[in-house]
Design a binder for this molecule. Structure first.
Ligand code: NAG
Ligand code: NAG
Ligand code: NAG
Ligand code: NAG
Ligand code: NAG
Ligand code: NAG
Ligand code: NAG
Ligand code: NAG
Ligand code: NAG
Ligand code: NAG
Ligand code: NAG
Length: 531
């Protein structure tokens, strides 16, 4: 009995492997002969880079007349009808133009076509759009096509995902106003639209009003869009990911209310506009890039704006934001805000925060150290003042990049740098005084230390000599004094590439063996300057 069962199981297993290998399916056809022929013809007529044959093995190598196309790489077909429904020719080393009579276009039941990462040239043949009207997924990412995108693209009314992202320099594919407007109206099932670097300078941004409410991802970086992006487009209920970066002449007036609550990523860098109050409702947002805009006004009120606890990346750099950064602390007490840890369920993710090049004033609230997820903190090029919070150097605070340069910080640098994750410490161009922090010798990951242009008083920091990764040491324009060491051990400063001690009161020649590994030197005085 048991043996009988085992035999049966063994038989089933064998049968399973047998069917896998030969792609036989009890209830079905093979893929249709004409469909197979069309794929083989594509293989044999469209040019193939020679080196691919030798080194990469393009997937069409598996297209073989004597096997069923279910065993061909990237090909699948409907097992009831034998119609090929998906062809993935991504990265298959093809080049040259696709003629109007390309055999692939005969695969009329085709739903998914991936031609990304090839090197086709000339325009996308309009026959592709006229004949493959069943397509739900079309991916021509970096496929090499150029010129105007044929108007017939609006015939693909079943498309769920369209990626025409092209090379950026120079932009090669181009949408005209009419084609894009028809696409927006007719592709009512579209969920993913990626057009990175497609030239859309001729497109009217009002066309975005007519997009289907199913849209979830919109990638329109570097598309030369201009004009006022319609705020209605940000209200689509399923919108999760919006990337409009590098559209320098695009102004965005985001809706004050009813932003799409599903938004997870919003990249509006290098556009213009203002920060909408409605971000308070974006509870799913993880990535916000508003850098390089002309966003003015007060620093966002975190009580209402960053109610979200999922934010991982926030870039507000290079805007015109004003206000006292310390107000966050005052707001902290009762609200679910940016710095406050007292959240009911605090998965605090914020790890990258840039707000450099704005007009912020006030002290850094030490509450910032409660954001233990921070890896990058850049508050540079503002008008911040006060002392540098001691906790920033704390070992339990995993910062890797701290940039406070070009502000008005004063007082002593806290001697609390115990953090062996810290890689860049930039405190230059402030009003800091006192001695160099001895504790920085504990920062074994430190690569860049810039304390230049302050009022620091100390001697040559020989205690940094054994830092194993230090590449850049800039102490220029301070009040360092005393004589330089005559010579140093050969293992000292062995990873250093740039040292700048100019504008101090150090005396004596630099030790000749200091720069054995120096590959780039900047402003290194042969003889230290005395002022
Ligand atoms: C096609 O498959 C047959 C049988 O498996 C094999 O003999 C032949 O060499 C293959 N042809 C190519 C071009 O790979
Ligand atoms: C198509 O093939 C490429 C390269 O092998 C692969 O990265 C990609 O995921 C495939 N796409 C689909 C939809 O299967
Ligand atoms: C496309 O590439 C082929 C092969 O390199 C070349 O012969 C043809 O002139 C090119 N066509 C265009 C429009 O660039
Ligand atoms: C496509 O048309 C060209 C001439 O225009 C012809 O040489 C070629 O054989 C045709 N290819 C197919 C697949 O019909
Ligand atoms: C829109 O799609 C339908 C098919 O659903 C098609 O018949 C019609 O011609 C398309 N309209 C445009 C303007 O492309
Ligand atoms: C496009 O949007 C405009 C403005 O909302 C609307 O009046 C028009 O009816 C829409 N057209 C289509 C085809 O949805
Ligand atoms: C923005 O507009 C200016 C003035 O019209 C124009 O010179 C510039 O090329 C535009 N930039 C882009 C990226 O479209
Ligand atoms: C947040 O959403 C509520 C409705 O869910 C709305 O009343 C409120 O105005 C929105 N707040 C903002 C700032 O958009
Ligand atoms: C911030 O952290 C400090 C020390 O870990 C703690 O005493 C304080 O209560 C925290 N503040 C908030 C608002 O969570
Ligand atoms: C550093 O972190 C430890 C442990 O979280 C804490 O006890 C100490 O007060 C912190 N020191 C500073 C200066 O924030
Ligand atoms: C380095 O850290 C240790 C504790 O981890 C401390 O005892 C020592 O004084 C620190 N060194 C300096 C130079 O601050």
């Amino acid at each position: 009995m048991v043996i009988g069962m085992l035999n049966q199981i063994l038989f089933l297993l064998l049968a399973f492997f047998y069917f896998q290998v030969d792609c036989l399916h009890s209830s079905t056809h093979f893929c249709l002969a004409d469909q197979k022929a069309a794929l083989l013809e594509f293989k044999n007529t469209i040019s193939l880079y020679g080196y691919c044959v030798q080194f990469i093995s393009p997937r069409t190598n598996t297209y073989n007349e004597s096997t069923d196309c279910c065993s061909w790489e990237g090909v699948s077909y409907n097992q009831l009808t034998g119609h090929v429904n998906a062809v993935n020719l991504s990265g298959s080393c093809r080049y040259g133009s696709l003629p109007a009579n390309t055999s692939l276009f005969q695969l009329q039941g085709l739903q998914r076509l991936h031609l990304s990462d090839n090197n086709f040239n000339g325009s996308i043949p309009s026959e592709l759009f006229r004949q493959l009207v069943s397509l739900t997924h079309l991916n021509l990412y970096h496929s090499g096509f150029s010129d105007l995108i044929p108007h017939e693209i609006s015939l693909l009314s079943n498309l769920v995902s369209l990626d025409l992202s092209s090379y950026c320099f120079p932009a090669s594919l181009r949408f005209d106003a009419q084609a894009f407007d028809m696409l927006a109206r007719n592709l009512t099932k579209l969920r993913n639209l990626a057009l990175q670097c497609v030239d859309m300078s001729g497109v009217a941004v009002t066309s975005f009003v007519n997009f289907s409410s199913s849209l979830g991802r919109l990638s329109l970086g570097d598309c030369q869009l201009h004009g006022q992006f319609p705020s209605e487009a940000f209200r689509l209920p399923y919108l999760q990911h919006v990337d409009l970066d590098w559209n320098q002449n695009l102004t965005g007036f985001l809706p004050k209310t009813y932003l799409s609550l599903a938004l997870e990523l919003l990249d509006l860098s290098f556009c213009s506009g203002s920060i909408p109050a409605s971000f308070g409702n974006l509870t799913q947002i993880t990535f916000l890039d508003f850098s390089e805009n002309n966003f003015g006004g007060q620093i966002p009120d975190h009580k209402t704006v960053f109610r979200t606890s999922r934010l991982e990346v926030l870039d507000l750099s290079n805007n015109k934001i004003t206000g006292r950064i310390s107000k966050w602390e005052a707001e902290g007490a009762n609200s679910l805000n940016f710095l406050n840890l007292q959240m009911p369920n605090p998965p605090l993710f914020l790890s990258i925060f840039f707000i450099s090049e704005n007009k912020l004033t006030g002290n850094i609230p030490s509450l910032i150290c409660n954001r233990t997820s921070l890896v990058v903190l850049d508050l540079s090029k503002n008008s911040l003042s006060g002392t540098i919070p001691e906790c920033l150097g704390n070992v339990s605070y995993g910062l890797q990049f701290l940039n406070l340069q070009m502000n008005n910080f004063y007082g002593e640098i806290p001697d609390s740098f115990m953090n062996n994750m810290l890689r860049n410490l930039l405190l230059n161009d402030n009003q800091l005084e006192g001695s160099l922090p001895r504790s920085s010798a504990n920062c074994s990951s430190l690569e860049v230390l810039n304390l230049g242009n302050n009022k620091l008083t100390d001697t040559f920091p020989h205690w940094l000599a054994s830092l194993p990764r230090l590449q850049v040491l800039i102490l220029r324009l301070n009040r360092l004094h005393g004589s330089l060491p005559n010579s140093i051990a050969s293992s000292d400063f062995s990873t250093l590439r740039i040292i700048d001690l100019s504008g101090n009161e150090l005396t004596g020649p630099l030790p000749t063996n200091l720069f054995q590994n120096l590959r780039a030197m900047k402003d290194v005085p042969k003889k230290p300057l005395s002022e």
